[in-house]
Design a protein around this ligand. Structure first.
Ligand SMILES: CC(C)(COP(=O)(O)OP(=O)(O)OC[C@H]1O[C@@H](n2cnc3c(N)ncnc32)[C@H](O)[C@@H]1OP(=O)(O)O)[C@@H](O)C(=O)NCCC(=O)NCCS
Length: 152
């Protein structure tokens, strides 16, 4: 993990760059700057950034619904992958939100997204179900993963 990468809570001033990263990675399904700004207004939403010298390298976040943290928008820019940034960023997100009452974490991931599934498994998530043909473009199943208390 590069020691010049800094994790922090996302601010409104990060939303424009966050939307650019999303657009590059998720194309039509990307969140807009407004989507990020609206989400940051929610008292139960927590978003984290990874930056080097003020430049955004990655983002992730969750919504806390009754103690379950629904993680989404996990991304790291292409030329910074494989350096432990997503792992560090998600650990930061989970440590931060554990202090505000999140007890378990869950997410959906494309079954064919090997990198992301390996990342979540390394963080202690386990496969708990499949949603058949959940994704379009290209069509794929969603794997539902959970990290419940203690399963790291
Ligand atoms: C998935 C993603 C966030 C991983 O980010 P990253 O910063 O490169 O991940 P890290 O370097 O922190 O990797 C941590 C672990 O994840 C797994 N992993 C990451 N990239 C991998 C790859 N290309 N192949 C296999 N496993 C991989 C490994 O277990 C790795 O641990 P290791 O280095 O000890 O082997 C990044 O590839 C990305 O932004 N992809 C596009 C967006 C996306 O798919 N998001 C997830 C949506 S659910």
């Amino acid at each position: 993990m590069p020691d010049d990468v800094i994790f922090d809570i996302m601010k409104k001033s990060d939303c424009r760059e966050a939307a650019l990263i999303e657009k590059d990675i998720f194309k039509k399904a990307a969140w807009s700057e407004q989507d990020f700004e609206d989400t940051l207004d929610l008292s139960y939403a927590f978003y984290v950034t990874a930056k080097r010298s003020g430049r955004l390298l990655g983002i992730c976040g969750l919504r806390n619904l009754g103690g379950d943290g629904y993680i989404s928008n996990v991304s790291v820019i292409a030329n910074e992958r494989g350096k432990g940034i997503a792992f560090g960023m998600l650990k930061y997100l989970m440590e931060y939100t554990a202090k505000v009452g999140v007890e378990a974490y869950t997410l959906e991931v494309r079954s064919k997204n090997r990198a992301a599934r390996a990342l979540y498994t390394k963080l202690g998530f386990e496969d708990e179900g499949i949603r058949k043909d959940f994704y379009d473009d290209p069509r794929d199943d969603a794997v539902l993963m959970w990290k419940r208390k203690g399963n790291i």
